[in-house]
Design a protein around this ligand. Sequence first.
Ligand code: NAD
Length: 491
Amino acid sequence: MAQVEEKPGVATRTLKNYIGGRWVEAEGSGVIDVTNPANGELLGQVPMSGPSQVDEAARAAREAFPAWRATPPVERARACFELKYLLEEAKDELATLVTRDNGKAIKDASGEVRRGIECVEVATGIPSLMQGSNLEDVSRGIDSDMIRQPIGVFAGITPFNFPFMVPMWFLPFAIACGNTFVLKPSEQDPLASERTFELLDGIGLPAGVVNLVHGGKDSVNALLEHPGVDGVSFVGSTPVAHYIYETSAKHGKRVQALGGAKNHVIVMPDAELKAAVDGVLSSAFHAAGQRCLANSVCIAVGDAYEPLKQALSEKGGEMVVGDGIDPATEVGPVISGASQERILGWIEKGVEEGGELVLDGRGRGSEDGNFIGPTIIGAEPGSQLAQEEIFGPVLTLLRARDLDHALEILNSSTKGNAASIFTTSGGAMRKFRYEAQAGMLGVNIGVAAPMAYFPFTGWKDSFFGDLHAHGRDAIDFYTEKKVVITRWPKT
Ligand code: NAD
């Protein structure tokens, strides 16, 4: 994907922003091509909106807030039900869009759409979820109530790897709580957000409750600095997440910033080998390894190493690499040519660092797309390959003496999004659950993805903030608590 000037004559269309209930042409500094990563097909051009468009969106959201806040929660829930029905009707279309725009296999895209819809389903429970608490007689004749109130305008800034689901982590919860919302989706694959807003346009929300602004870092900065934006929900890489956290806080905003990952999976010698191999391969290579919950480091404990290495190499080599639109495909392309080059660089670096190329996925898939097949490199825990986020279909295989050693490797990571263990031992599982320094754990599960009614609990440099995405944390994040203490004259 290249930064380009306006291309008159190119047979494509430039995406529009959705502000104050209308689709509007963006003003800013040019456009970026949006392409299908499997074959380079030009899908559209996304505008790089400038501060004036962000200002328009923030103002529209601010104006819509008082009336939306006063809309009874049960009516806001009804809007979420409407959205859910429309999303159900459009689910196959949305999954196809995600595959064409992002590259992931259609099965992964369908799973993503399902997970996104589940967030909307949970947000329909807002009349119960948003209730406060109370106690009579906190002192004689005095009662106390805690109520929750919406805060105002929230911005959502989202990454390329879940172009439908991650916006759904935020938007339904924010508006169900009575806030208004501005979404700035990834500029790399914005089509699912465009379609979602077409559906949102059909559910009769008052103008300005939801707004869509396309763009890159200039639009993000304008949102972070805008005095009319009260809070920011962000998902992306760790350096940007850290920047968003600091800058939002500097401008007095509430912020939750989810960052990058380097997740470990431990395979114990007592694990069921087939289940472990299937779990490790699907976690590491589905969505071409571009998942923040992908296990990208596999630690084989003791005697597990050799049989695991052999099975991973054999089965990983059989995974079908190709255009995600083909239902047989298991590993689609990575998002861009730039990503492909970066990941190929990591494979070379791994080998230069003395790693053993257990499975080489280079050269797999069509040359027209950004393909890299499943790649496995045996390495040392101290290598850069084992420590840095690669975000592609590259699995680093490490050897540990015992569970203590495996946990020492895992816990030395600066990131702590997720971790998994494959074992048949309750004792090993308990030790892992007790000691692993990661926020989402899988036990005989390769991808430890919390359902929408639990929080998405990254730790360390995988998360900056205190209240996480979705689950009850979302209600706390998108509301302010107020405590009222009441005494009436006796009658
Ligand atoms: P990214 O950080 O490049 O971009 C994320 C968003 O930030 C985009 O909307 C982008 O326009 C904006 N952005 C990028 N650079 C910016 C800058 N310098 N200033 C301001 N805004 C900027 O991330 P990505 O490549 O789109 O997504 C992949 C990353 O997201 C990976 O690191 C992955 O681990 C992480 N991720 C984390 C989670 C999680 O739950 N922790 C979930 C999904 C993805």
